[in-house]
Design a protein around this ligand. Sequence first.
Ligand code: ATR
Length: 298
Amino acid sequence: MNHYPFLTELEPSLFSEKNAYAVFGHPIGHSKSPLIHEQFALQMQHDMKYLRIQPALDDFAQMLTQFFVLGGQGASITIPFKLEAYELCQQLSARARLAGAVNTVWQKDGVLCGDNTDGAGLVADLISQGVAIHEADVLILGAGGASRGILEPLLTQKPKRIWIANRTPQKAYELVSLFQPLAKEFGIELAASSTAQLETEATDTFSLVINASAAGLDDQSPLSALAADRIFVAGGFAYDLVYGKTTVFMEQALQRGCRISDGLGMLVEQAAIAFSQWRGVNIQSLNTRAVIAQLRSA
Ligand code: ATR
């Protein structure tokens, strides 16, 4: 597969072989998606192109439409277009509807279909790292789009409890309201608080703590040292959705005896689900762990 520079406009000749896929985002120059899909294509011996497309912030809908008109086969959607993609899709998977956001699109019989594979990617990565989600006590930090996107797939694994803590507690309560019917159906305790309350409230410890807040991007942790002392347990697992660095949150967990992971595995696993959807291949035939190892060594 060739490496293409990122595109701000679409060149029809790229689509002549009807094998073009792409990731849409802004900015998009840093995206690892082409490397990941290139590896899957090599593994399956599929001939495909994977482009990086950076529409102007107000031009996403027009470029996505043009992409499919020209013959594009499927696209990944990343920041900041996931909500707009959700609005544009005429058919949504149940998990995309619950996530309120779309990260994978394709066309079927002229209808734009959308899925959200982020949460399922997280679950797949946790399982391959030997983390027991079933019956786990789970704490999710943050209550934005990333948290919303992982809740349905996590609930489906039937943990014992999911606690959502956010700097602004109101947003965490809203997520609890949205997902309470599903939690009730599975008999899972779903609760929320402010992150500050973790310093005082008797929440007990959590066997799995997921940082879905954007704090790591500013080299901060959403947790104070006191909260970290109270919620981490030696032998527990701490997962940060951010990838490519050891965040302050991960360091806090490591110091308290937890195993840690960044979100690189989630990125690769969510891409594998998208690839299998677009190309009609069995997900089991994709070697995601080899791709993760390759990205780590690059
Ligand atoms: P995303 O789509 O990545 O989830 P978002 O919807 O903007 O982005 O949500 C960002 C989340 O990170 C929110 O939960 C936000 O907390 P608030 O709701 O209080 O704003 C959280 N967040 C961002 N920076 C943070 C920080 N420095 N400390 C703690 N939480 C932070």
